[in-house]
Design a protein around this ligand. Structure first.
Ligand code: FAD
Ligand code: MLT
Ligand code: ZN
Length: 470
């Protein structure tokens, strides 16, 4: 332990050993869904990338497991230590400087502990736009976003986190540092080594900083909350809207009626934007960096045409920033409303966009036939083919009995996903929760390559043991 103190300084770690200090380390020991609760030798709070690299060299030579942690908003238990009490949690929260922002180069270099919303703000103040946007953006950190390859509500137009990265700085298991923080748009010099660390959930190295792409600041917005008869109409509406808007759709989120009910019931200030209830909705947004683009007019015309074609049943178009924020509040608080409503089983799946309607039909049928105490709450980023195909316990159902169905429900849904050529982990990662699922659904060749990479980069298995790959 004295070796750690030498590297981090007395203020740079928490052990929970001092009287009254156990509560300080508690938040680092559990995941945000409360699925796991671990123990730790210490919580390391490095301030510099050099400290992270020294810490890793030390842990490697002493064979101490290291669990990187960002904002701890991940859904798969990836940032939580195991129960052995022999691992060190490395919180990147204090490694949080924005090192450089170059508006001419459309790039920003930020450290792993920067909260996502801060990066968005810095870009905005420089008349630029950083597109990654998630419900957890006020808490999650860049290092976690990179390590989970986060998605969110702008993937349709700007891609996932991976697509926004120009360079990385990573501390490797043995303490060496991969320093590749350039902002080149083109670079074909051999293997794209940095891409290995994106989505690796801390199992191949600790990301200490990244250089990221920026885009022109958005100046025009048009958002609508539209009722649609079914997911088939939603997918058709999106396809048409992409054409008629000159591909300026930046978000297209599917929301079922039950999610509107949950959000309006559990979240203060959320209200249904439409007068009458409908079975399904989409929240769609057009955006442009040109202030003069008549997006609202365009959206209204498109929706009017869709009303004629019966693809849309009713719609509210945001008249000002308040309306727009209210639509987004409804959408972004669905996970919290679900949590407040009771037990839930989450499935973060993706299938080809055009297959979404059939997937929902078949999945809903299976749930109706097999889970009498559950209700489907299927919502999400339909423009990316990504649904949060979640179930909540039905009113009055027994929470424990409902949650005990996790295995058979997961199997049925993930098998269905496989039949559609889809993914059982679209944007939330594997962590600890889905290690068995990866083993089950990945091909032997994929698993072999993943194990080869893991062994090459972390031969002593100190980096986030027990996560991603068994
Ligand atoms: P953590 O939870 O701290 O860690 C996640 C993983 O990354 C862990 O395996 C951890 O070990 C590893 N890690 C963290 N930092 C580093 C580092 N510096 N180097 C190496 N490994 C590291 N996710 C989406 O993709 N899309 C959404 O729309 C979305 N919405 C959400 C809404 C809510 C309300 C909540 C609570 C979560 C949501 N998430 C979403 C999930 C979560 O916010 C993302 O996965 C996010 O990217 C995690 O960031 P974090 O900093 O909290 O990471
Ligand atoms: C979202 O899109 O709201 C999250 O990724 C899903 C969730 O929180 O379950
Ligand atoms: Zn999501």
């Amino acid at each position: 332990m004295s070796g750690l103190e030498r590297i981090l300084g007395a203020q740079g770690m928490l052990t929970g050993g001092a009287p009254g200090s156990a509560a300080d380390i508690e938040p680092y020991l559990r995941d945000q869904r409360r699925l796991y609760h671990g123990r730790a030798l210490a919580i390391a709070l490095p301030r510099t990338a050099a400290q992270v690299s020294e810490l890793l060299a030390f842990c490697n030579s002493h064979r101490i497991g290291v669990v990187p942690q960002g904002g701890n908003t991940g859904y798969c238990g990836g940032a939580t230590p195991d129960e052995s009490g022999r691992q060190i949690v490395v919180s990147l929260a204090r490694l949080n400087r924005i090192r450089r922002l170059d508006p001419l180069d459309y790039s920003i270099v930020a450290e792993a502990g920067c909260v996502l919303a801060r990066i968005q703000r810095a870009a905005d103040e420089a008349q630029r736009f950083f597109p990654l946007s998630l419900g957890s953006e006020g808490t999650c950190q860049l290092g976690g976003n990179l390590s989970t390859n986060a998605g969110g509500v702008h993937v349709l137009r700007y891609g996932m986190m991976r697509d926004l990265v120009l360079g990385l700085e990573v501390a490797l298991a043995d303490g060496r540092v991969l320093s590749s923080l350039g902002t080149l748009r083109k670079d074909n010099t051999g293997y794209d080594v940095k891409s290995l660390f994106l989505g690796a959930e801390g199992t191949l190295g600790i990301v200490t900083a990244a250089s990221l792409k920026l885009f022109p600041k958005l100046q025009a917005f048009a958002a609508a909350f539209a009722a649609v008869p079914d997911p088939r109409a939603a997918v058709a509406l999106l396809a048409g809207l992409r054409e008629t808007s000159g591909d300026s759709v930046s978000s297209f989120e599917l929301i079922p009626r039950i999610a509107v009910d949950l959000a309006t019931r559990h979240i203060p200030g959320v209200r249904d934007p439409l007068d009458a209830p409908h079975p399904w909705y989409v929240l769609c947004e057009l955006t442009s960096p040109r202030a003069a683009d008549p997006l609202e007019e365009l959206l209204e015309h498109s929706l009017a045409a869709a009303l004629q074609e019966k693809l849309v049943l009713d719609a509210a178009v945001a008249r000002d920033e308040r309306d727009r924020a209210a639509f987004w509040k409804l959408r972004e608080t669905i996970p919290e409303a679900q949590r407040r409503d009771g037990g839930s089983l989450k499935h973060d799946i993706s299938v080809p966009v055009a297959a979404i309607p059939e997937f929902i039909e078949r999945g809903s049928r299976w749930i109706a036939d097999n889970v009498p105490d559950g209700r489907l709450v299927a919502y999400g980023h339909v423009g990316d083919g990504n649904l949060h195909f979640n179930l909540n316990q039905a009113p009055g159902a027994d929470r424990a009995a409902f949650l005990a169905r996790e295995e058979p429900v997961k199997r049925a849904i993930h098998d269905l996903v496989r039949d559609f050529g889809g993914s059982f982990s679209a944007e939330h990662g594997i962590g600890r929760l889905k290690v068995g699922e990866l083993e089950r659904y990945a091909s032997p060749v994929e698993l072999d390559l993943m194990r080869t990479i893991k062994h090459a980069l972390d031969p002593n298995g100190i980096l986030n043991p027990g996560k991603v790959i068994a």
